[in-house]
Design a protein. Structure first.
Length: 119
């Protein structure tokens, strides 16, 4: 139910069964069903069949799990996340009725761990 945890599920290296599309993060549209994860409808009607498929197709689901993990490690570095947020905030600022400016009395907070990743 928490969209922010999906990337962590992929990083475990396990097969991800992804339910529904109600909660989204910016990278979700780049993920492909049956390539990076196994899709499950919100009704859960097909869960037994999907679990049986996974049990009977070990090599296929291992490849799906590996591609999911590779996607996250390749495309979700902290620089990628920062770039997304920067673009989003600039686009948002263009929609505002007032001019956005930086207050010089505010100080930027910088992590002492420069190369630390969100992941």
């Amino acid at each position: 139910a928490a969209s922010f945890r999906l990337k962590h599920l992929f990083l475990c290296g396990s097969l991800v069964f992804h339910v529904g599309e109600d909660w989204l993060e910016f990278f979700y549209p780049a993920l492909k069903p049956w390539v990076h994860y196994i899709p499950v409808s919100p009704s859960l009607n097909e869960v037994k069949d999907l679990i049986n498929f996974a049990k009977e197709n070990d090599e296929v689901v291992k490849k799906i799990a590996n591609r999911g993990k590779r996607f996250i490690t390749k495309h979700l570095k902290m620089d990628d996340i920062s770039c997304y947020w920067k673009k989003l905030l600039f686009q948002y600022a263009e929609l505002l009725k007032y001019k956005v400016g930086r207050r010089m009395e505010y100080q930027e907070i910088v992590s002492p761990h420069k190369h630390k990743s969100e992941l």
